[in-house]
Ligand binder design. Structure first.
Ligand code: ATP
Ligand code: MG
Length: 450
């Protein structure tokens, strides 16, 4: 069979920083979904590690949910008239004809899991999760179609004390990541569902009186979900929005007290905040406390972490009424504000590179490498594969970033020794007995750590 291989350059024409014409090459990722390369993963791992320690220090427990859920779950929780449900979901019919959606956020799935697994009934749960989320948005810096969230949800606690705990937890996280000065906190209260319903009428009346000034999105939302108008990012709408009646003026007295107590607790915890009466959040399930941590370093994509209380959601999804509160933070945005200097730079480089020359050294080397790993849990050992001359293997060892080359030739294999060559220091090479190699390496690692 005659095969003709034609190499076709990707048909990609850059017209702006993120705007490309249709892309067809199979070697390109889906628009808005990006790889996290080995050079970038150390910073991700650092942030994830600090997060795991953080949640452990508050005694929260991890939950893992599937990335696919029934479409209906998101419609009923996030709300039909929201950006996410109207425009951003990756929804498809599976082979059974069921409508499924790649999760755009974690709360809905977490509540679903909590109800289904009986985690919420008469108990307090403090949970956390991390993982990919999917939204079909216009890709730009800090906004992707696959992105990653770290999230926390607490069930069974209604008071402002737990809201304060969540906010203090995030503040501690910024401290630990060295970004405390890069983010500021805004908080607000949305009141109860009933208070919001009353406010809704006031809001409709106000916006209806200014109908001509509403953009198409807001026209559409005026009667279906007027609160969403306050969320609009359209600059032309901002003056009108600024003049709208404030939700804080229509709060029920219990929510007012709840919010005042939260403010007191934040003061006691030394967390500075600004009350932003326009903060409503883009999802319908919130009630009472809402908050956002915002940075000025990422332009319009400034919200690094967002959360609040969602007391009605469990009930709304069919569980027994359970108060709940939580937050989610965007990894991509967070990683881009964390300074490179925070990340321990070289803890992924190998300590040693095992050079193996000849057939018998290959066999002995395979066993030796496993023995070393058995004895030295902290050792990062890269074993050469693919044969080649000593010169080419040493070259590879050098390129790997390893501190030492452990040379195992036919002579060493026969003599039960290994030749140790220092790749980063001007030190003479030494011959070490294979039997005492683990002790030798332990000493070297200790010296580097000191
Ligand atoms: P925004 O107002 O920026 O669209 P949002 O209100 O839609 O954010 P949430 O649904 O509350 O965001 O999600 C919580 C966090 O997840 C956000 O604060 C942000 O850090 C991150 N996030 C949300 N959407 C994206 C995205 N498309 N790409 C990257 N991160 C995102
Ligand atoms: Mg959004």
């Amino acid at each position: 069979m005659l095969r003709v291989f034609v190499s076709v350059p990707p048909r990609r024409i850059q017209t702006g920083s993120w705007r490309y014409t249709e892309v067809s090459a199979v070697t390109e990722a889906i628009r808005g979904m990006k790889d996290i390369t080995p050079d970038e993963t150390p910073k991700w791992q650092f942030v994830e590690r600090v997060f795991r320690q953080l949640v452990a220090s508050y005694a929260y427990r991890e939950i893992r949910m599937p990335v696919l859920e029934k479409t209906e779950l998101f419609k009923r929780s996030i709300g039909e008239v929201t950006d996410i449900v109207e425009k951003e979901m990756y929804t498809f019919d599976d082979r059974n004809g069921d409508s499924l959606t790649l999760r755009p956020e974690g709360t809905a799935g977490c509540v679903r899991a909590g109800i289904e697994r009986g985690l919420l009934h008469n108990q307090v749960q403090r949970l956390w999760y991390m993982g990919p989320m999917f939204r079909h948005e216009r890709p730009q810096k800090g906004r992707y179609r696959q992105f990653h969230q770290l999230g926390v949800e607490v069930f069974g606690l209604a008071g402002p004390d737990i809201d304060a705990e969540l906010i203090l937890m995030t503040a501690r996280f910024w401290e630990q990541l060295g970004v405390r000065d890069a983010v500021r906190l805004e908080i607000n209260s949305l009141g109860t569902t009933e208070a919001r319903a009353a406010y809704r009428d006031v809001l409709v009346e106000y916006f209806a009186a200014h109908q001509d000034a509403l953009d198409a999105d807001s026209q559409h939302r005026l009667h279906r979900n007027p609160l969403r108008i306050l969320d609009s990012k359209n600059p032309d709408m901002q003056v009108l929005i600024a003049g709208a009646p404030k939700l804080t003026e229509h709060l029920d007295s219990e929510s007012r007290e709840h919010f005042a107590r939260l403010c007191e607790l934040l003061d006691a915890g030394n967390v500075a905040y600004r009350v932003n009466p326009r903060l409503v959040r883009g999802l319908d399930y919130y009630s009472r406390t809402v908050f956002e941590w915002i940075t000025d370093q990422l332009g319009a994509q400034g919200t690094v972490c967002a959360g609040g209380r969602f007391d009605g959601l469990v009930d709304q999804l069919g569980g027994r009424a359970t108060p709940a509160s939580g937050f989610a933070l965007g990894m991509e945005r967070l990683v881009s504000v964390v300074g490179d200097h925070m990340v321990p730079g070289t803890d992924y480089l190998p300590h040693a590179y095992l050079v193996r020359i000849g057939a018998s050294a290959e066999v002995r080397g395979l066993r030796l490498a496993e023995e070393l790993r058995d004895e030295l849990g902290e050792l990062r050992l890269l074993s050469h594969c693919g044969g080649g001359s000593i010169k080419s293997q040493i070259k590879r060892a050098d390129k790997s970033g390893a501190a030492l080359a452990l040379i195992l030739g036919e002579d060493e294999a026969a003599a039960g020794t290994i030749t140790v060559k220092y790749l980063r220091e001007p030190r003479a090479q030494q011959v070490v007995e294979q039997d005492s190699l683990a002790d030798f390496l332990r000493g070297e690692i200790r010296e580097w750590q000191a």
